[in-house]
Structure formats: C-alpha cells, structure tokens
Design a protein around this ligand. Structure first.
Ligand SMILES: [Zn+2]
Length: 109
C-alpha cells in the first residue's frame, strides 16, 4: 500500500483508535431508562406511583429486529461504558474518514 502523508494529529487519532479497538470492549446499542411497576401491590411503585427505573439496551444489529434487553443493576456501569466507547470509536472513525476524504479530494487539483 502506498504510504500516505499523515499529520501528527491524525497519527495520534489512529493510534488511540486502534488501542481502543484492540484492548477494550464496546457494544453498538442504545440505552433507555424504562419506568415500570413491579407487580407487588405493597410496593411504593403501586402505592405512591414511584415507578422503578430499569436500564434496557436496544439493538437491531444482532437479531435483525429491534430488541430490548434488560440490563441488571450489577452490569449497568459496565454496559454504559461499553456503549459509550462504541460511539466514541465511531466518532473517531468518522473524523479519520473526513481527513481521508479531504486528502483524496486534494488529489483532484
Ligand atoms: Zn415496585
């Protein structure tokens, strides 16, 4: 492959990006907080109307149709971090893509 003249900023971005892809986990999904009642007639959700908030992950990729998956409390932090990381990686890829497009178009001149 032909070497391309990359700027320092671009090299740093690619290095950070490959580190994130290789050494951390990420999930492509969206997270939604869902308010619900639990079914226990003595619970505050029934008595006071203070609903429970549960985290759900929605994804269409893995199953082909939109699926909502309950995320238990103990996994919440971990899953939030992985989903946020996916979007960070995607943003970085888009930035690299913009740079590549600019460079490709500059060859037209
Ligand atoms: Zn309840």
């Amino acid at each position: 492959m032909k070497r391309v003249g990359r700027t320092r900023q671009e090299k740093d971005l690619l290095s950070k990006l490959s580190g994130m892809i290789n050494y951390s986990e990420y999930i492509h999904a969206n997270l939604v907080d869902v308010a619900r009642t639990c079914g226990n007639k003595n619970c505050r959700c029934k008595i006071k109307g203070e609903k429970h908030i549960s985290l759900y992950l929605t994804t269409t990729r893995k199953y082909g149709v939109r699926k909502m998956i309950y995320i238990p409390n103990k996994l919440e932090e971990e899953v939030r971090v992985m989903v946020a990381r996916y979007f960070k990686i995607r943003d970085m890829i888009e930035t690299v893509s913009d740079i590549n497009l600019e460079r490709a178009l500059s060859k037209k001149k």
